[in-house]
Design a protein around this ligand. Structure first.
Ligand code: ADP
Ligand code: MG
Length: 252
């Protein structure tokens, strides 16, 4: 059965696209058939995170009735499949976010997991993504404005019948002014399923258009995303060894 999981937040810039791109790769590496969809219809950037910003056929062509989802699907080296959105201003014209659910429904039965990268805010675009999914992973930063918006996303998801899978707290610095996981979890009424630290290498990875999983595979951020991927599909997380035999000999 195909699971449709949306990553949404309310507040923008909290780390949804970073999570979707890397979680998608981590799941693909576990042998799961995953399609990541850029449902950020007005300001898409999943393609940038995965190293390819421009694609000939996109989700926008599907929403305009000019293509099928399969025509707009591309394969990343990791095995992750991606349905990017068009990045041109003209792409936005004449589309209706409400058509997203029907397009996503085309994938049901053909893949294990559909990961939906939702738009910022809780307007029509983000709501369409919430409505199209079975499960919500809510992404937040450990600060009150982000958590307040995450709460709204959760309430909207509940209204449209989308199950709350859990909360990913991103950009944790363990500073005294930050909200703790317990405070976040209590406020949202949902458990924290992953905690990702503030890490400069995440930004460096995006600048290099390389997923953090490849750029810094042994960083806490990468390990936490891999652990989350395994737990989402009920697999045991096995940390990869930092040193191969080859690197051991080379270091001597
Ligand atoms: P969203 O999709 O929610 O708008 P993004 O994934 O695009 O958010 O991330 C927004 C910015 O935050 C990116 O420029 C990225 O470099 C930065 N960022 C995300 N996660 C982290 C992190 N764990 N540590 C440092 N910077 C991060
Ligand atoms: Mg984004």
């Amino acid at each position: 059965m195909t699971r449709i999981i949306v990553c949404a937040s309310g507040k923008g810039g909290v780390g949804k696209t970073t999570l979707v791109s890397n979680l998608g790769i981590a799941l693909a590496e576990l042998g799961i058939d995953v399609v990541a969809i850029d449902a950020n219809l007005t300001t898409p950037n999943l393609g940038f995170h995965l190293g390819v910003p421009l694609y000939p056929t996109t989700l926008h062509d599907v929403l305009k009735g000019r293509a099928r989802m399969q025509d707009a699907m591309y394969r990343h080296d990791s095995g992750l499949k991606i349905i990017p959105a068009g990045i041109g201003v003209d792409d936005i014209k004449g589309i209706n976010a409400r058509d997203l659910s029907n397009s996503i429904a085309e994938l049901v039965g053909n893949t294990d997991i559909v990961l939906v990268d939702a738009a910022a805010g809780l307007g029509r675009e983000a709501l369409a993504a919430l409505e199209s999914a079975d499960e919500l992973i809510v992404v937040t930063n450990p600060e009150l404005p982000a958590v307040t918006d995450a709460l709204k996303a959760i309430k909207l998801a509940q209204e449209v019948g989308t199950r709350i899978r859990g909360v990913v707290v991103n950009r944790i610095e363990k500073k005294i002014h930050e909200m703790t996981n317990t405070e976040i979890s209590n406020m949202l009424g949902a458990s924290v399923i992953a905690e990702i630290p503030e890490d400069l290498s995440v930004r460096q990875a995006i600048a290099k258009r390389t997923p953090i999983l490849y750029h810094k595979p042994h960083s806490k951020a990468s390990k936490e995303i891999r652990r989350l991927a395994a737990s989402l599909v009920g697999m045991q997380y096995k940390e990869k060894s930092r040193f191969s035999i080859f690197s051991f000999f080379r270091r001597r």
